[in-house]
Design a protein around this ligand. Structure first.
Ligand SMILES: C[S@+](CC[C@H](N)C(=O)[O-])C[C@H]1O[C@@H](n2cnc3c(N)ncnc32)[C@H](O)[C@@H]1O
Length: 264
């Protein structure tokens, strides 16, 4: 596989077809953009380097199917940019109000990009990313009772159905980086499919507190929410030991615990 084949794989995994609206992050010189446009997509690209943005914009100016925003994906208002882009297309098919994200993103922004995009299931159907393999495994495959199990795993599964597609060894890149990569898809859930919690803000704040001080039992780390007796009681009513630690709870368990101990 060469760089260009990786782009073909990203587009194939994303099932990109004629008329799809695709958000691409960090197009660089536009090698993936080219494959996306060839597949018939209409592309909104966000590129923070103004020279790259001008270059890619010029390269595909003739297609009339690419808009490039010179912005930092982490700092810009993605939702309003995407909504106004979709609005400008005058689409008839209601399916097309869902965009896909297909990107070969810089590895250093991958966690920020995931946190930003996964809660946008009302306008994005799926996110297909080339990630550093270690990050891909940590996000998708981390399992209970391992030290890799973190709040981000709860977050990813709350908002999406993630899938590790395949590894892309470092030898397939030129120039060769010193890490392997992997293609991962996140099928975004609609708000009606999210686990039922009274407030996502208080839910994730509870999850983060639970993991603060990794080895701590929940009855200690969540004491700012209610007494340790109440936490023990809640855990026992869920058939979990009163001494449970955060890495022993599934997404479902955290949802139940939140609904039991966080009032209102
Ligand atoms: C690894 S990606 C380019 C890969 C490109 N998609 C390809 O297929 O060859 C690097 C690009 O992302 C851009 N970039 C880096 N951080 C960014 C950010 N926070 N927001 C938008 N673009 C970013 C860089 O300027 C660079 O052009």
């Amino acid at each position: 596989m060469l760089n260009s084949d990786i782009n073909e794989q990203l587009v194939r995994v994303g099932c990109v077809e004629e008329g799809d609206v695709v958000l691409e992050i960090g197009p660089g010189t536009g090698s993936l953009t080219n494959v996306l446009l060839n597949a018939g997509a209409v592309v909104l690209a966000v590129e923070k380097d103004k020279h790259m943005a001008a270059l890619v914009s010029e390269r595909f100016a003739g297609t009339g199917k690419l808009k490039v925003l010179t912005e930092d994906i982490v700092k810009c208002h993605v939702r309003s940019h995407l909504l106004s882009f979709i609005g400008s297309l005058n689409l008839r098919d209601p399916e097309t109000r869902y965009a896909k994200v297909v990107s070969n993103i810089p590895f250093n922004v991958s966690t920020d990009v995931i946190k930003l995009l996964l809660p946008m299931g009302d306008i994005i159907s799926q996110v297909v990313l080339l990630l550093q393999e270690e990050t891909a495994l940590r996000l998708v495959e981390s399992s209970l009772r391992t030290s890799d199990y973190r709040p981000i795993n709860i977050f990813v599964n709350f908002y999406s159905d993630p899938e590790y597609k395949f590894k892309v060894p470092r030898t397939f890149f030129f120039p060769q980086p010193n890490v392997d990569a992997a293609i991962v898809t996140f099928k975004l859930k609609q708000a009606t499919e999210y686990p039922k919690v009274s407030s996502t803000k208080s839910f994730f704040s509870m999850v983060n507190s639970a993991f603060n001080g990794k080895r701590k039992m929940l009855r200690k780390s969540l004491q700012h929410i209610c007494t340790s007796e109440e936490i023990e009681e809640a855990l026992e009513s869920m058939d979990l030991p009163a001494t449970s630690r955060p890495e022993e709870l599934t997404l479902d368990d955290f949802v139940k615990l939140h609904n039991l101990i966080v009032k209102g």
